[in-house]
Design a protein around this ligand. Structure first.
Ligand code: ADP
Ligand code: 5GP
Length: 193
């Protein structure tokens, strides 16, 4: 992944999207372990932290008032509502990294991905898809982090999101985790070290 230009709208901005539970977080974590030169944006959300999640590392967990104020102040590169909560990418840190020529990765849902596409047409956009809808449901339930209402909301959103995969530059099917990781590395032209 070459990031030699200082232009903000260059190919060094990669976004990964795909339905909740497909394994985006798992894939991204493995990708960053192998390629620490990539900078992952930490999103803000109004959702409550899950067990083990750390404020400032997994997300910036904000009260709705604070999130809305930041939104009004233009503090987000993109933002969206998802399963009853707000999510957004803080603008400043992303712009700072891109100006330095550091490759930036965003892991966001579909509506936010569409906003990024509009504002950064050269961003490389990857959609992660499950091998089947049943397997997606199994993963969401297996993660055991959401109550039934949230699971239903995520599954219904997933149906819509899966219909949009053709909008993306590439689709990675996360069946076998390691194969999906290698595919991601190849797409992002990262050397497999
Ligand atoms: P997302 O970030 O897309 O919401 P997660 O990374 O939290 O999804 O993964 C959801 C669940 O699926 C987790 O329990 C994770 O361990 C599991 N998982 C991820 N990738 C795979 C895979 N290739 N095969 C089986 N289970 C997976
Ligand atoms: P979760 O609550 O499972 O952590 O995230 C729910 C969904 O929100 C996931 O699809 C995740 O990719 C997405 N998401 C996380 N951060 C952001 C963000 O900053 N912007 C947008 N649009 N989506 C986000």
């Amino acid at each position: 992944m070459q990031c030699m230009t200082t232009s903000i709208a260059n190919v060094c901005l990669t976004l990964i999207t795909g339905p909740s539970g497909v394994g985006k977080g798992t894939l991204v974590k493995k990708l960053l372990e192998k390629h620490p030169q990539i900078w992952l944006s930490v999103s803000a959300t109004t959702r409550l932290p899950r067990e083990g999640e750390i404020d400032g590392k997994d997300y910036f967990f904000l009260k709705p008032d604070r999130f809305n104020q930041l939104l009004l102040d233009g503090g987000f590169l993109e933002s969206a509502q998802f399963a009853g909560n707000s999510y957004g990418t803080p603008r400043k840190p992303v712009e700072t990294q891109l100006k330095k020529g550091i490759p930036v990765l965003l892991e966001i849902e579909l509506e936010g991905a569409r906003q990024v596409r509009k504002n950064f047409p050269k961003a490389f956009q990857i959609f992660v898809a499950p091998p089947s809808f049943n397997e997606l449901e199994r993963r969401i339930r297996g993660r055991a982090t959401d109550d039934e209402k949230a699971i239903q909301s995520r599954l219904s959103r997933a149906k819509q999101e899966l219909l949009a995969q053709n909008e993306f530059d590439a689709v990675v099917i996360n069946d076998d985790l390691n194969s999906a990781l290698v595919e991601l590395e190849q797409l992002m032209t990262l050397k497999n070290v």
